[in-house]
Write a protein that binds this ligand. Structure first.
Ligand SMILES: Cc1cc2nc3c(=O)[nH]c(=O)nc-3n(C[C@H](O)[C@H](O)[C@H](O)COP(=O)(O)OP(=O)(O)OC[C@H]3O[C@@H](n4cnc5c(N)ncnc54)[C@H](O)[C@@H]3O)c2cc1C
Length: 211
C-alpha cells in the first residue's frame, strides 16, 4: 500500500469503471487512476462530489475552541480531569494531559470562513472563569474549525451514483466519535461493491446521532 501525504487534489472523475484523481505537483497537474475512490474531504467533499455527479450537501458549521494552558499547580488542580458537556451553553471540555484544558463549542453559519472572532472566544473564557474560578486564563490559545455537516446531521456513508465512487463524509460535530464505526461501515460497502465476500456486509445506515 502506498500513502501519499500533502497532496492538493484539484479534480476528481470517474468513468464508471475507474476513478481518477488529479493533484497539483510543482505547478503541474498529475492524474492517477484507481479501482475505487472514497471521498472524505470534510467541507470540500461537496465540490468533489459535484464533479462526480453526486449531490452531497455539506455545509460548513464553524466552531471555536480555547486551550487553556494550566501553568501553575493551582490551575492544574482546579481544572476538571473528566470530559464535561454543559447542556445549557452546549460547551464541551477535555483535559489534555496535566497542563492543558480545552473548551469547545458554538455553531456559526458563515460560509467557508475560518476567522477567529474575539466575540466568540470571550464567552468560552468567561465560562471557564465562572465555572472553574481556580483556573488562571492568563494563557489561552484560540482556534476555529469548520464542521462538515449535512442538514439531517447524519454523515453520508455509502456508494455514489457511479460504481467505484464512495463517500465517508459529513460527520458534523461528531467526526471523532463516529470515525471508527463509519470507517468500518464504508469498508464493508467497498468490499461488497468490489466483489469480495471476505466480510459479511452490513447496511451502511446510521440510524441515531447523539448530542
Ligand atoms: C470546535 C469543534 C469541536 C469539535 N469537537 C468534537 C468532539 O468533541 N467530538 C467529535 O467527535 N467531533 C468534534 N468535532 C467535529 C470533528 O472535528 C469533525 O467532525 C471532523 O474533524 C471531520 O473529519 P473529516 O476528516 O471528515 O473532515 P476534516 O477534519 O475537515 O478533514 C478533511 C481533510 O480533507 C483535506 N482536503 C480537503 N480538500 C482537499 C483537497 N482538495 N486536496 C487535498 N486535501 C483536501 C483537508 O485538508 C482536511 O485535512 C468538533 C469540531 C469543531 C470545529
Amino acid at each position: 500500500m502506498t500513502c501519499l501525504y500533502g497532496q492538493e487534489i484539484v479534480s476528481v472523475a470517474s468513468n464508471g469503471k475507474q476513478a481518477s484523481v488529479t493533484v497539483r505537483q510543482d505547478q503541474q497537474d498529475v492524474t492517477s487512476t484507481f479501482d475505487a475512490m472514497v471521498v472524505c474531504a470534510g467541507t470540500a467533499s461537496r465540490t468533489l462530489a459535484s464533479q462526480l455527479g453526486d449531490s452531497v450537501n455539506i455545509y460548513p458549521v464553524k466552531g471555536y475552541s480555547i486551550t487553556v494552558n494550566l501553568l501553575d499547580e493551582a490551575s492544574q488542580a482546579a481544572a476538571p480531569v473528566v470530559s464535561l458537556l454543559d447542556d445549557e451553553t452546549k460547551l464541551v471540555t477535555s483535559r489534555l494531559g496535566n497542563d492543558r484544558f480545552r473548551v469547545a463549542g458554538t455553531a456559526e453559519f458563515n460560509g467557508y470562513n475560518k476567522d477567529i472572532r474575539a466575540d466568540r472566544i470571550r464567552p468560552l473564557i468567561d465560562w471557564v472563569q465562572q465555572c472553574f474560578p481556580g483556573v488562571s486564563t492568563r494563557s489561552v490559545v484560540p482556534w476555529a474549525g469548520l464542521r462538515p455537516m449535512l442538514p439531517d446531521m447524519l454523515p453520508r456513508v455509502g456508494p455514489g451514483n457511479k460504481p467505484c465512487v464512495f463517500y465517508n463524509t459529513g460527520h458534523g460535530h461528531l467526526g471523532w466519535t463516529l470515525s471508527a464505526i463509519t470507517a468500518d461501515m464504508i469498508g464493508d460497502v467497498v468490499l461488497q461493491s468490489m466483489g469480495s465476500a471476505s466480510k459479511q456486509p452490513r447496511p451502511a445506515t446510521l440510524t441515531t446521532a447523539s448530542a
